[in-house]
Design a protein around this ligand. Structure first.
Ligand code: MG
Length: 264
């Protein structure tokens, strides 16, 4: 009796297993098809070119694709506004404004850039206040000033303190270190566009001061003015310019990366 009862059960079990196996194979096969289809769909939104160029970086130094504006040795990348030899003073891998000698500018002209620059103001402040306390500045394309000033415990108009777009945009925060300490700016600048004599796109600037964002893609309103409202004048690629405001502000480790083919 026992063996007679077992046989049908075994047959049923066998059939059941076979159905299960076939179903699994079928399910597996469908899943594989779906996966292949999804992979094809995903590939439609893959972009393989252009391949970004490899850039090598070094701590505290210019990346491999940068134009070095000061290597700690000489001012060969710079000249006076009239094209003479830049005569700011060189000391210990940095250079310092020679008060009264005038602004200096790069020999090269630039349009859209990423700029890194380190600077420090003198510890000697002897009664200097506000805009007079060790002022300088970096003029993008010789026109648009990002202020350099000892703004550590030194009240002045906020749109003229360090890291302001001078007289146009107040920095989001004050990241100043005390006088005598090295500070740095990382600046991302998009030059204005002109069609003939018409401005088609204003300039924009992002400034990072000592690693902190202080100007976030700010629209530049025009050429920096001390008095009155800024406005645009038509121009092409142009040098970077450092301001001699009569104070011994120092600079080191300046480099720039060109961000488009308009640069010359
Ligand atoms: Mg200035």
């Amino acid at each position: 009796m026992m063996s007679l009862n077992k046989k049908p059960i075994n047959i049923l079990l066998f059939i059941g297993i076979m159905i299960g196996v076939n179903t699994s194979i079928g399910t597996y096969s469908i899943a594989k098809d779906v996966q292949a289809q999804r992979k094809k769909m995903a590939q439609k939104s893959e972009v393989w070119k252009p391949v970004p160029a490899l850039v090598t970086t070094f701590d505290g130094k210019a990346p491999s694709d940068a134009t070095v504006l000061f290597n700690g040795e000489d001012l060969s990348a710079w000249q006076t506004l009239k094209g003479g030899e830049a005569d700011w003073s060189l000391t210990d891998g940095s250079f310092t404004v020679n008060p009264g000698s005038g602004d200096i500018k790069t020999k090269q002209r630039f349009c859209d850039i990423q700029l890194h620059m380190e600077w420090k103001t003198p510890t000697e402040v002897k009664g200097l206040k506000g805009q007079q306390r060790n002022n300088s500045g970096i003029f993008l394309q010789q026109r648009y000033e990002i202020q350099i000033l000892d703004s550590f415990n030194n009240p002045t108009y906020a749109n003229g303190q360090a890291a302001s777009v001078y007289k146009q945009s107040i920095p989001l925060v004050n990241v100043m270190r005390p006088a005598g300490q090295w500070q740095y700016y990382d600046i991302i600048y998009t030059a204005p566009r002109f069609d003939g004599t018409t401005l088609t796109n204003p300039a924009f600037v992002t400034v990072i001061h000592n690693g902190v964002l202080v100007q976030n893609h700010v629209k530049i309103q025009g050429k920096t003015e001390w008095i009155g409202s800024p406005s645009y004048e038509v121009h092409g690629c142009a040098p970077l310019q450092l301001q001699d405001h009569g104070n011994k502000v120092s600079f080191r480790n300046l480099w720039v990366r060109k961000l488009n083919t308009q640069n010359e």
